[in-house]
Each structure stands twice: as C-alpha cells, then as structure tokens.
Write a protein that binds this ligand. Structure first.
Ligand SMILES: Nc1ncnc2c1ncn2[C@@H]1O[C@H](COP(=O)(O)OP(=O)(O)OP(=O)(O)O)[C@@H](O)[C@H]1O
Ligand SMILES: [Mg+2]
Length: 245
C-alpha cells in the first residue's frame, strides 16, 4: 500500500478538495482507495455523509497514536492507496501522518501567505526525508503570478521546479465547490470539465512521482533557502480578471 498525505499549515488551501479529487482519480485508475481524515473539522466525513455512493470510505482518525495501526490494517485489507487529509495548523496527527507517508503533497494558493505557510510543513517533511511536491491550487488561468509562485516554491525547496511543483496547476473554478456540496468529486460532478481534466492530469503527475520514490537530490538537499517572497505577487487588474468567477 502507498500512502499520500496532504498537509500544510495554511487553512483553506485545498487539502480536503484535492484529497477527494485525487482519491476518485486513483479509483478510476484502478486503485483500491481509502481516505483517512485526521482533521476533526470533519470536511471529508461531512462530504461522505452527503455522498450518494459508499466508496471511497472515509475513516476519521483523530488521535495521532492510532494512525500507524490504522494504516497497517488497511494494508492487510488490500487497500492499495491511502490518502490522508490533515488539518490546518500544526498537530501531532499531521506529523505522524507525514512520518508514514510515501509522498507528501503541500497545496498552496499562489499568494505570499500560503507560500510562507508551507515552510513549517516542509521542515517536518524534510526531517523525515519524505518525497514531497507542492500543488498550486485556486490559481488564475494564466499570468505572471503563477510563474512567480511556482518559482518561489521551488526556490524554497532548493530543488528544480519540474520535480517539486506538480502540474497542471489547479485553477479556481466553481466546479470544485459545487462538487463538494453535492458529495461528489469534481471528476464525478463534471467529468468533461476543465477542472476534472486538471485533477486527472494531477493524479498522473502524482502517480509518477509516487512510483519514482525519493530522488537522490531530495534526500541530499538539507537547508531551506530564503525566497524573497515579500517582493512578489503584485496582482494586476488583468491577472485578477483571469480568475474564473
Ligand atoms: N481549485 C479550486 N477552485 C475553487 N474552489 C476551491 C478550489 N480548491 C478548493 N476550493 C474551495 O476552497 C475552500 C477550501 O478548500 P478545502 O476545504 O479543500 O481547503 P483545506 O486546505 O482542506 O482547508 P482546512 O485547512 O480548513 O482543512 C472550499 O470551499 C473548497 O471548495
Ligand atoms: Mg480540510
């Protein structure tokens, strides 16, 4: 069994939404998937309660000490992929989940605050030598802001952008919010949409990264580099207009 953890200190960056989207994309690709929720806010449990289908099962595991045993039992049950959705902030459950991860995914909106907030998560991920990638979420369709954000993240990780910033970026679209309230993943709610296409593309990137495991570079690189974040992200009216309402 492989385990993916979605984590970042910043609230609202898309951990739960991406966990759901990736879970459904992985199921469609043939995986037996379980979702673990360590966030007592219960976004995934509430989503499942609205859901017209039984799969994927969401398992709330709010006590850090229970994560290890839960993963072992899922592995025994034949689950091939577990995706763990963690809470914002810093918690023992998140650190434990990261410790058990085969791949840590760190979502960030293309804003200074979101990117700065990835640093503490990245610190934990690096302390456990875990493969990781950033996912840019809720992005405009195009614009300088995106390139700047992607560059800032790869600088922060001191790694080449292609290995550390997942593609495609996930654009801000209402489909994601509407799917969540309907108890569906975006790939079920609007299968032919751009949002679904992006999530399927993201799954393909994540799957390749998962199968590649830790690169030598990731294991060797140690300290974080300071990115000149405060000087970035001047939003122009044209960029603002590129957001989809
Ligand atoms: N790409 C997107 N486009 C539009 N809305 C999005 C997108 N991604 C997430 N959202 C919306 O943003 C809100 C926050 O997303 P989500 O709950 O997934 O974030 P989170 O990181 O899990 O938050 P928390 O830290 O509170 O658990 C939700 O209403 C969700 O529907
Ligand atoms: Mg959440």
């Amino acid at each position: 069994m492989q385990t993916i953890v979605l984590a970042t200190q910043k609230g609202g960056s898309g951990k739960s939404t991406l966990a759901i989207g990736l879970a459904l994309a992985a199921i469609q690709a043939g995986h037996t998937v379980r979702l673990i929720e360590t966030d007592s806010q219960g976004t995934l449990s509430n989503w499942q309660a609205r859901r017209p289908y039984a799969e994927p099962i969401v398992e709330p595991v709010y006590v850090a000490g229970d994560v290890d045993q839960r993963l072992q039992s899922l592995d025994r049950d034949g689950v091939t992929l577990t995706i763990i959705d963690t809470s914002g902030g810093v918690s023992a459950a998140t650190t434990t989940a990261i410790r058990h991860a085969d791949l840590c995914l760190i979502p960030a909106r293309p804003t200074v605050a979101d990117i700065e907030a990835t640093a503490s998560t990245l610190g934990v991920v690096r302390a456990w030598n875990k493969p990781f990638a950033f996912i840019l979420n809720q992005t405009p369709i195009r614009g300088q802001r995106l390139t700047t954000a992607a560059n800032a993240l790869s600088e922060e990780a001191a790694l080449d952008i292609s290995g550390v910033v997942a593609t495609p970026f996930i654009v801000m679209r209402n489909d994601h919010q509407d799917a969540l309230s309907a108890g569906l993943a975006v790939n079920e709610y609007a299968p032919g949409s751009k949002s679904a296409e992006e999530i399927r593309g993201l799954w393909q990137w994540v799957e390749a990264k998962l199968n590649a495991g830790a690169t030598v570079q990731e294991v060797l690189v140690g300290e974080l580099l300071e990115a000149p974040l405060a000087t970035m992200f001047v939003e122009t009216p044209a960029e603002a207009a590129a957001f989809v309402a």
